[in-house]
Ligand binder design. Structure first.
Ligand code: ADP
Ligand code: MG
Length: 675
């Protein structure tokens, strides 16, 4: 039998079973071998009958008698008396009539199952049984439990896996032996055998560690290769010039925080190095990332380089263009805004200017680099509210610039440290962990739907003091779920009744761009008191006078998203408030965590714990991440794998020789750099 053989060729796998495997995407013997148990039941301890206590037990005994009968029309019971040298015990099985013929009087078996109180006495109920002198898969061992599906039970899978043990034993090593030895890893053979049929807990742990090691080395090697590739490219050299930096700082209406200065300094050093920068600035909502980006763009502009500044939405791009222009135009920098709703004539004029070099900073959405915009000398690309540039984005950039431009991404959704060491290893990271002076933490409170009116009173109180409010709803129009608030109905309702004496605005993604912009401008200028909105205001929108936010259907949003939304308030020096109303009376842990903390870094770690790396990562990247065995908190293992990966890259031969390893690494290289 070969790894590539179809599952139907395995002994005991008939067409029906093969079909069920197919449904789980298990087609070859290899797929089957790599279908690992979901968990284990430890039945390895064999107990003397005399010593039995209720719970999961295993005994080894001889069958003294066994009889089966119907006690009701549909209830069959098999009873056996089992004896060992200490005592006797009764075993019962319900609706398993074959047990009576399976068990032979006088033969010795292992019985693993629950010992509990039933029908007035202690019995072994529904135990698995296997001949004492055979290789057992369901008794007297650590028993593997597989992910079961209709018509596919663990019991069956164990039998099939048992047939594959000889093959597991014969598989060639998938990692270079040097690594196996140096990091004291279990061999691939031991690993596979022990994952399915652990000899003992230690061996199981070793097998899990090796598997985690292997999952990590694919990922980390991939990200290190990506990083080396990037460093090998020639970039523009943009020098740090103190007078330029000083001029910038002088025009600011505030003093930069220490963390902002540090991030800026790290960026300048990258830009000066001659290889293209690939840096992510992480800073909580409101920490002032835009200024840092603007400063880098100014430094570039003063030396004749253009900057493309991209935001995820038109609203945000428009806002950035305004604040960057306010900041830099007095210094002689030429700023242009190029978005989908820009009028055609104006668009072509802007594009002409960009290609001639008559614009220094072009602000827009992602269409900026995907479209036909040409640049004269593109030195820096800034991408807001994204974790990293994808490979496609990067190659597109190369068609727009002689050299790879410096790349700067900025996000308020921090990457948990563990993911940074693994999945995002190709990125340099700057952290802005200090808020501008005078900011007060946002007071957050979960409010039950029945108490909604109390929130309206608080909103009214804020408006009376001259402040503004957001009301965020999960849907645009009323849907099937009556519990969920839609912006449309909320807008009608609030505008006509509770807040009819106030100016209420409506904003959602299906509105035309100029309508959206109009509403945003009205809200910004204070003409609107309340903005009823969907999550289009999620990222970046900056209206410091807004001090209160109500989030309807709060349980429908993710932790990171709620934190982002909440970040729309608390941007000025006034105390701000955020009220979370779930759609039902249940309050999830997510909401409780938000109530407790304003710290995006802490919340990102909580999110990782609550949802797991696959989910957290999957939201940011498309594609599956195989990390079923990796415990991202195991920094020691991650460290070891980083060493191993560095070695692997140096000894290029290994990657050629171990084709499977190379394939996995290549797969992850594509996966981890795609957005
Ligand atoms: P984010 O990091 O969420 O993108 P912004 O760049 O939008 O934050 O900045 C939020 C607000 O804080 C803006 O109004 C900005 O002008 C202001 N700001 C930035 N840096 C400082 C600072 N050092 N001191 C005071 N206000 C600042
Ligand atoms: Mg921002």
């Amino acid at each position: 039998m070969l790894l590539s053989s179809r599952v139907a060729e395995v002994k005991g796998v008939g067409p029906a079973l093969a079909e069920r495997f197919e449904a789980l995407h298990i087609r070859t013997v290899k797929d089957l071998i790599y279908f690992f148990p979901r968990k284990y039941d430890d039945f390895s301890q064999v107990t003397k009958i005399d010593d039995l206590v209720p719970g999961k037990v295993t005994i080894k005994g001889t069958v003294e008698s066994v009889v089966g009968r119907y006690i009701k029309r549909r209830l069959h019971i098999t009873e056996a008396i089992i004896a060992d040298e200490t005592s006797k015990v009764r075993a019962v099985w319900f609706n398993q009539p074959y047990r009576a013929t399976q068990l032979a009087k006088g033969d010795e078996y292992y019985f693993s199952g629950a010992y509990d109180f039933q029908r007035n006495r202690y019995v072994l109920s529904n135990p698995a049984t296997e001949k004492a002198d055979s290789f057992g898969v369901s008794t007297a061992r650590i028993v593997p439990i597989y992910r079961e599906s209709k018509g596919l039970k663990s019991q069956q899978l164990r039998k099939v896996m048992k047939e594959l043990l000889p093959l597991m034993d014969a598989l060639p090593e998938t990692l270079p032996p040097v690594l196996v030895k140096k990091f004291r890893l279990a061999s691939v053979n031991e690993t596979l055998k022990n994952l399915h049929f652990p000899q003992n807990t230690e061996e199981l742990e070793r097998a899990k560690r090796r598997t985690a090691f292997e999952e990590l080395i694919w990922l980390i090697t991939a990200s290190l290769i990506n990083k080396n590739d990037q460093a090998g490219l020639t970039g523009w050299r943009i020098d740090f010039k103190k007078p330029i930096a000083d001029a910038f700082v002088k025009t600011l209406p505030f003093k930069m925080t220490g963390a902002q200065k540090k991030a800026a300094w790290e960026i300048f050093q990258d830009m000066e190095s001659g290889s293209p920068m690939n840096r992510l600035v992480q800073g909580d909502v409101g920490s002032g990332k835009t200024v840092v980006g603007a400063m880098a763009a100014y430094l570039a502009a003063e030396q004749g380089y253009q900057t493309a500044f991209m935001a995820p939405t038109e609203i945000l791009a428009t806002q950035h263009a305004t604040s960057i222009a306010n900041l830099l135009e007095p210094l002689g920098v030429r700023v242009g805004l190029l978005v989908g709703s820009t009028k055609t004539a104006q668009k072509s004029q802007l594009k002409k200017k960009a290609s001639k070099g008559d614009l220094d900073i072009i602000v827009g959405t992602h269409a900026l680099i995907q479209g036909d915009t040409e640049f004269n000398k593109l030195g820096l690309v800034i991408i807001d509210e994204q974790h990293r540039f994808g490979v496609r984005q990067r190659s597109e950039l190369l068609t727009k610039s002689k050299h790879m431009p410096h790349l700067l991404s900025m996000t308020a959704t921090p990457i948990p440290r563990s993911l940074q060491l693994t999945v995002y290893g190709d990125l340099e990271v700057s952290i802005i962990d200090e808020m501008p002076k005078g900011r007060q933490p946002i007071e957050t409170e979960v409010v039950k739907p029945a108490a909604r009116h109390t929130v309206y009173e608080k909103i009214e109180a804020q408006i009376r003091q001259g402040r503004q409010a957001y009301v965020v709803c999960p849907l645009i129009t009323d849907g099937i779920n009556a519990e969920l608030k839609s912006v449309q109905t909320e807008y009608e309702r609030l505008n006509k009744s509770i807040f009819k004496h106030r100016q209420v605005g409506l904003l959602h993604g299906q509105m035309k761009a100029d309508e959206k912009e109009h509403v945003m401008r009205q809200f910004k200028s204070g003409k609107l008191d309340i903005l009823i909105s969907t999550t289009v205001i999620e990222v970046g929108v900056d209206v410091p006078n807004a001090t209160v936010m109500l989030i309807e259907g709060a349980d429908r949003f993710g932790l990171a998203q709620l934190h982002q939304l909440r970040g729309r308030v608390g941007r000025g020096s006034e105390q701000s408030y955020c009220y979370l109303i779930p759609s039902g009376d249940n309050v999830s842990q997510r909401l409780r965590e938000l109530e407790k903390s304003n710290d995006g870094f802490y919340l990102a770690e909580v999110d990782l714990k609550l949802r797991g790396p696959g989910e957290v990562y999957g939201r940011a990247q498309s594609g599956k991440l195989d990390m079923s065995f990796v415990n991202l908190a195991d920094t020691r293992l991650i460290k070891q794998v980083r060493l191993a990966a560095a070695w692997l890259i140096q000894s290029k031969l290994s990657l050629v020789k171990y084709k499977e390893l190379a394939d996995k690494v290549n797969h992850y290289r594509r996966l981890t750099s795609l957005n």
